[in-house]
Design a protein around this ligand. Structure first.
Ligand SMILES: C[S@@+](CC[C@H](N)C(=O)[O-])C[C@H]1O[C@@H](n2cnc3c(N)ncnc32)[C@H](O)[C@@H]1O
Length: 190
C-alpha cells in the first residue's frame, strides 16, 4: 500500500478497526485518520485521529491523498451498502488522490477451504466454509489465544474485474492499476 502512494500521503482509513494497519502506516510517515463505527475498536488506536462514524454517511470537510477501503469490505453482499461505501471513497478523495481497495483475490471464491494456522501466537481457523451460490462464500473465522476464542461469521460476494470496475465507475472512479498478482489489491482514481 505504502509503495503505491506518494511518500507522506495523507490517508483516511475506512473500517480501521483496532488500528492493525493504521500502526504500520503511521510508522511509514503517513498522517492517518481512522474511521470505524465501533468505538470499542477505535479505543485501541494510538497516534492517529479517530472518527467514530459509519462509512456510508461519512462526510468530512477534508479531502485525502489516499482513501483506503481494505479488509474485503468491498466484498459486502448488500449492493446498496457497497455502493454507498464506494461513493464515500470518492467524496473524501483529493483531486489527484487515489483509492486503495482490497478485495478477495480472484481464485478465493472457488478455492477457499477450511484451514488452521498459527501466527504471532494466535491460532486462526477458517471453519464452516460453504457456497450458497457460485458468487457467495460463507465462512467462520475463529481466533484462539491463551485459551480464549473469538469467532467472526460472514458471507462475502464475488467481485470480479468487470463487476468491480462497473461499480467503481458508478461512483466516479476507474481502476488505475492492480497492485498484486492475485489482483486482490488495486488502486483507483477519479
Ligand atoms: C475486519 S475489521 C478490519 C479492521 C482493520 N481494517 C484491519 O485490517 O485490522 C472491519 C472493521 O470495519 C468496521 N466496519 C464495518 N462496517 C462498517 C461501517 N459501515 N462503517 C464503519 N465501520 C465499519 C468494523 O467495525 C471493523 O472494525
Amino acid at each position: 500500500m505504502h509503495a503505491a502512494v506518494p511518500d507522506g500521503a495523507t490517508i483516511v482509513e475506512l473500517g480501521a478497526g483496532a488500528g492493525r494497519v493504521t500502526r504500520g502506516l503511521l510508522e511509514l510517515g503517513h498522517e492517518v485518520v481512522a474511521v470505524d463505527e465501533s468505538p470499542e475498536m477505535l479505543a485501541h488506536i494510538r497516534g492517529a485521529r479517530t472518527i467514530c462514524a459509519s462509512i456510508e454517511t461519512l462526510s468530512l470537510a477534508e479531502r485525502f491523498d489516499v482513501v483506503l477501503l481494505a479488509s474485503y469490505l468491498v466484498n459486502e453482499t448488500n449492493d446498496s451498502l457497497r455502493a454507498s461505501w464506494l461513493a464515500a471513497c470518492e467524496r473524501q478523495l483529493a483531486p489527484d488522490g487515489c483509492v486503495i481497495v482490497q478485495r478477495h483475490g480472484l481464485s478465493w471464491f472457488d478455492r477457499a477451504q477450511p484451514y488452521e494456522r498459527v501466527t504471532g501466537g494466535i491460532t486462526l481457523r477458517l471453519r464452516e466454509v460453504s457456497r450458497p451460490t457460485p458468487d457467495l462464500l460463507a465462512a467462520t473465522m475463529e481466533y484462539e489465544h491463551d485459551g480464549r476464542r473469538w469467532t467472526h461469521s460472514y458471507t462475502h460476494c464475488r467481485m470480479d474485474d468487470d463487476r468491480l470496475e462497473a461499480e467503481l465507475a458508478r461512483a466516479g472512479l476507474r481502476v488505475d492499476s492492480y497492485l498484486t498478482d492475485d489482483r486482490g489489491w488495486l488502486r483507483a482514481r477519479r
